[in-house]
Design a binder for this molecule. Structure first.
Ligand code: ZN
Length: 297
């Protein structure tokens, strides 16, 4: 039971081969002797059959949560497990109360702000080396973006966080330490959100959005988002800049896949992001010249 899926981070080297094979967002669920394979394809409202242990179709269908039209590449790199089993009920007393009606089952993959309107997200900062370089480029072109910050990095880069906020960019909660939240119990997911919110609050930022590390979502993660009134945010264009595929690769990937509503994933942390920065100096003015405008998510 494996999911090849990573946007970034230190464990990205674990499954490079699979990432190269672009086993995009493939999810294999296994529960109670039932195996369900759901690949992320550009088909909206895609359904996949459930095949029983004996190999016969049960007739039941389950809509995949990965039905983002136009989703291009998968975050690749690390492996993680995901189970389709029902999560345990929230233990009493853990985290804020949750109105079940507000719990999402899918994250947001697109912005809906008009023709040729798109969004740019920068994950895994703040970092003293790359966040300021990105800010400079964005300021040069008058573009507002969304920075998905790792909580434990906020304190040491408080001044940079304030600069990001002062420039009008959105800041989201990207967990405390970038662990795969689908492997954590609900209480730990809550704690990761809370610590990050607290770190950001200390510099005057109150995030309204949550981005899951590796784009790994689970019912408890969605529930925790609801508990803290955070919108779950994913992406739809992934140039895999974290894998340092080359500046031209990042540029061409973004230019090839971006369309109205796209949310582009880029990184200002998690390693050497010099290719990300160099690529942005090329693709950003190109998209603007093509008539695109950027909105915060
Ligand atoms: Zn990340």
């Amino acid at each position: 039971v494996k999911q090849t899926n990573a946007e970034d981070n230190g464990s990205r080297s674990l499954d490079r081969a699979a990432a190269r094979a672009r086993i995009s967002r493939r999810v294999l669920f296994a529960a109670g002797g039932v195996t369900l394979v759901a690949g992320c394809t550009p088909l909206a409202a895609q359904s996949v059959g459930v095949v029983g242990a004996a190999g016969s179709a049960s007739g039941a269908t389950v809509p995949t949560q990965r039905s983002a039209p136009g989703r291009t590449t998968a975050p690749g790199g690390a492996s993680s497990s995901r189970r389709a089993s029902t999560p345990p009920a929230t233990p009493p007393g853990i985290g804020p109360p949750v109105d079940p009606a507000t719990v999402r089952t899918v994250p947001e993959y697109y912005v809906h702000a008009g023709a040729k309107t798109i969004a740019l997200t920068l994950d895994d900062g703040p970092t003293s080396q790359y966040t300021p370089q990105i800010l400079e480029i964005l300021a040069q072109y008058g573009v507002r973006a969304t920075f998905c910050m790792i909580g434990r990095q906020v304190g040491a880069a408080a001044g940079i966080v304030r600069e990001v906020a002062a420039a009008g960019h959105a800041i989201t909660n990207h967990t405390w330490d970038h662990a795969d939240q689908t492997k954590l119990p609900y209480g730990a997911i809550v704690s990761q959100i809370e610590r990050t919110n607290d770190a950001l609050a200390a510099v005057g930022v109150r995030p309204q959005i949550y981005r899951a590390p590796y784009g790994n979502w689970s019912p408890p993660v969605f529930r925790a988002c609801a508990a803290f009134n955070l919108r779950p945010l994913d992406w739809s264009v992934d140039p895999r800049d974290w894998s340092r595929p080359g500046v031209q690769s990042i540029v061409s990937n973004i230019l090839r896949h971006t369309r109205t509503g796209s949310i582009i994933l880029d990184h200002d942390g998690g390693g050497d992001r010099s290719q990300t920065v160099a690529a942005m100096r090329i693709w950003l003015p190109q998209l603007l010249a093509d008539g695109y405008r950027f909105t915060s998510v």
